[in-house]
Design a protein. Sequence first.
Length: 209
Amino acid sequence: EVTDDQAALIEPTAVAMYGVDRGQIGAGSTVLVSGAGPIGALTVICARAAGASLIIVSEPNPNRRRIIQGIDPAVVVVDPATSKPGDVARDLTEDNVGVDVALECVGLEVSLNTCVDAVRRGGKVVQVGLHMKPASVDAMLWALKDISVEATWCYPTYVWPRIAGLIAAGNLPVEKVITGRIDADDVVEKGFEALLDPSGEHLKILVNT
């Protein structure tokens, strides 16, 4: 009941699902996803499946903003170069409190601090993206907002059958993040190089074997 395309995405979806689980996203949750790369896009899909009523996505790449709106037309997309995601989060939430959960899916200091700014008092920030170097944070703001910060590493493997079941039931349309298919001989030029292009239009490229 799961296609080959969908099965190929179970592993990265597990990363996203683990972040959603750690954020305890449920029915009616308000959410910010920082970054609309492949993990960010899958996080949006998982958050919606978990019941999130409002999902705001912060993404500077115009192509990825376009793609994420195609994946989930109900998301509110923000260009952080022109609008402050935290301000948008407060404008769109009751009493201007900010979102319940903010998921950092980039692995950059500015993205992490964006999430802290956007989340409400007592809310959760989930680190999904891997930070390859130390980040400077405003620890006093963390304290004043009384937030919880959840750090994640990959996922528990027992989540795979659950994800497969959700895909088979039609609740996780993970195939929407596929933006290209290539042959194995083209994996460098049309695969890695295409994905490394900052102006590129791809999220996930499947390799035919």
